[in-house]
Design a protein around this ligand. Structure first.
Ligand code: KG4
Ligand code: ZN
Length: 358
């Protein structure tokens, strides 16, 4: 019986300091032995957003004991760990540097391989922690910094099908929440408020709904919410605006995901089509329902990570580390921080004024 790989994952790309130990069982199914996430929400709340310098300082203060806690909780000893995987990008340079340097130093001192991980690939593989998924699949990434449709052909081989040309979906949720007077990060609160509201009360725009394939745009929606929010007088109106916003988002995602499915089917011919949706916003129950219903209609298997693995965590980083370890895809200790590391590095930049969509 060969020893199963044991991987330490480290994540510090934004405002979560996280470490996790992941292995696999006899059947080759990944198994999380520990998953520690320390959020900095309380540090950034008063500023209404993440302050990079404060985030980096907090990572530095916590990284060693978060890693120690993950190792202790896993029941494995330090010398049983086979490789260290750290997020190298994308994210905030000052934050990424903390986990990347810590991971490299630990790997070097243990004389074990080091693996640099793309944070977005972590999200893409996060559902593999609780279900077996073969490549290829259609991946819908919806987080605070990114909103993209990608065809995942294999580990490390991505083709971007569509992206947001302005705000990320999580950003749209957070900004709307702020306009409704909810504390940062307000995204998750929108669905709580929306449950109490009438989603037909306000008509909101659906930018680029009928053009641009499966590219996305949310900035115009936010501007419309801003105008209405200024006039709100009662709590019920606030709930109605949250519900109308969430409904509009779902209508956009329904159409755009349908477009993405068509694009995906042009590239890969598979009998069992799969849609994997991950990233912080994939925790939203209404969005989950919309995508589940669409997948039923279009004959796709609809896959999400468990709710606790939708947001940033290190188990997903260790998961990528595990797959790369098995392929002996290791990195040198001079691997750079890559703040703008794209999954599909050949895809054109599609942001800002002047973007021409057909
Ligand atoms: O993946 P994530 O933890 O961090 C990034 O890599 O960006 O995503 C965080 C984003 C935030 O914008 C947060 O408001 C949003 O995910 N989010 C939600 C929900 N839970 C988290 N948005 C809508 N509904 C939710 N239930
Ligand atoms: Zn993330």
């Amino acid at each position: 019986m060969s020893k199963k790989p044991i991987i330490l994952g480290i994540e510090s790309s934004c405002d979560e300091t996280a470490a996790s130990i992941v292995t696999e069982n006899e059947e080759g199914t990944p198994e999380i032995l520990s998953n520690i996430v320390s959020s900095q929400v309380n540090i950034h709340k008063e500023y209404g957003g993440v302050v990079p310098e404060l985030a980096a300082r907090s990572h530095i203060e916590k990284i060693d004991w978060i890693v120690e806690k993950a190792i202790n909780k896993s029941g494995v000893s330090l010398n049983e760990i086979d490789a260290v995987a750290s997020t190298a990008g994308p994210g905030l340079v000052v934050c990424l540097s903390v986990g990347l340097s810590f991971g490299k130093a630990l790997a070097m001192s243990m004389k074990k391989p080091f693996i640099a991980v793309n944070h977005l690939e972590g999200h893409a593989l996060s559902p593999k922690l609780n279900s077996s998924i073969n490549y290829p699949y259609l991946f819908f990434l919806i987080s605070g910094g990114h909103s993209q449709y990608l065809c995942v052909k294999n580990l490390g081989t991505y083709k971007r099908l569509g992206t947001t040309i302005d705000d990320a979906l999580g950003e749209a949720f957070d900004k709307t929440a702020k306009l409704l007077g909810v504390e940062f990060p307000g995204g998750p609160q929108i669905e709580v408020l929306a449950d109490k509201g009438d989603s037909n009360r306000y008509e909101l725009p659906k930018p680029i709904l009928n053009k641009g394939g499966c590219n996305l745009s949310f900035a115009g929606l936010k501007t419309a919410v801003l105008k209405i929010a200024k006039e709100l007088k009662t709590d019920q109106e606030k709930f109605d605006l949250a519900a109308s916003f969430q409904k509009t988002i779902n209508e956009i995602l329904l159409k755009k995901t349908q477009n993405a499915m068509k694009e995906f089917e042009k590239i890969v011919k598979v009998e069992k089509k799969k849609l994997v949706t991950a990233g912080g916003v994939a925790a939203n129950k209404r969005i989950r329902k919309t995508l589940i219903d669409l997948c039923k209609k279009e004959n796709y298997e609809c896959i999400f990570p468990p709710i606790n693995l939708c947001g940033d965590n290190a188990a997903m980083i260790a998961m990528v580390g595990l797959e790369k370890f098995k392929l002996k895809e290791f990195n040198n200790l001079d691997y750079p921080v890559k703040p703008r590391w794209a999954l599909d590095e050949s895809a054109v930049f599609l942001k800002g004024a002047g973007v021409n969509l057909k």
